[in-house]
Design a protein around this ligand. Sequence first.
Ligand code: TUI
Length: 314
Amino acid sequence: MNTRLDKLLNIKYPIIQGGMANIATGEFAAQVANAGGLGLIAAGSLDPMGLEKEIEIAKSVTDKPFGVNIMLMNPHCDALVDVLIAKGVKIVTTGAGNPAKYIEKFKENGIRVFPVVPSVALAKRMEGLGVDGIIVEGTEAGGHIGELTTMALVPQVIKEVKIPVIAAGGIASGAQMLAAFALGAIGVQVGTVLLGTYECPIHENYKQAILKAKDTSTIVTGRIAGTPVRSIKNPMTKEYVKLEKEGKSMMELESFTLGSLRKAVKEGNVKEGSLMAGQVAGMIEKLDTIENVFEKLMKDCKQQYQNIEEIVNG
Ligand code: TUI
């Protein structure tokens, strides 16, 4: 029998917050925790002192479980791992790379680790190293992504591993959550739907861009440089595509994207900034509280389960 993620992590809902570099502060992670999900401090663009500070803030805002997301392209990763261990963080998710070299350290320190994986091969490797579960992320997701869709990838991973699987990418409604459970996931990770919350510390202009988005509003840049990133189409993505065609180096392209995420989040520069968001941005119609978003996901998931009963049973 599968244990639901809420039971496994001692949280109210089987929902993990996506890493969201530059966005998920200690305060935001704690607010997600208070609303009943697993909140995560995004260490994506933090240095060790910055992470220490955000962990302190999170502890002051919530007494519920929260974790840290390690973005493996961050050059400070080794030191960040030491900080989160010293600060007593007990749950870690990782993204944008292979966390193999840290797994033993996490286990020695009683930390539960859930790497984000974009393929069956990486999922199997992670299981072999003894991780506690994997977050299987489809290409519908925002930010740095893999090639496969959630629908195609989740069942293929589930067939090959015995550890818990959490589905990510393309989940912003109760129906999508139910679909993830139907595929065999024990929980979901959501990011884009949380960009549309009052609590989310992104610039108001970024939020408005999410609310305005439609189904075809996102684009993937960076496939050539090897770091595909999904964001909302704007003059920056147009410029990026141009730079790619001109054959600019991987380094130049990468720093272009990372720098522009800050521009969007902090300055609200929706022309030059990188408005990272998933394909479900088109489903976010109005701002709401994190608590309402989670409650609605759960309620609609249950409702949809009843709605399809007749179709399933005939
Ligand atoms: O990591 C994410 N999403 C992110 S990270 C990020 S910050 C950034 N910005 C610009 C360029 C690069 C990073 C924004 N969004 N999601 C989880 C995720 N992990 N998606 C894909 C992967 C992944 C890719 C390759 C995980 C492992 C992997 O392994 C390759 C290997 O070494 O085997």
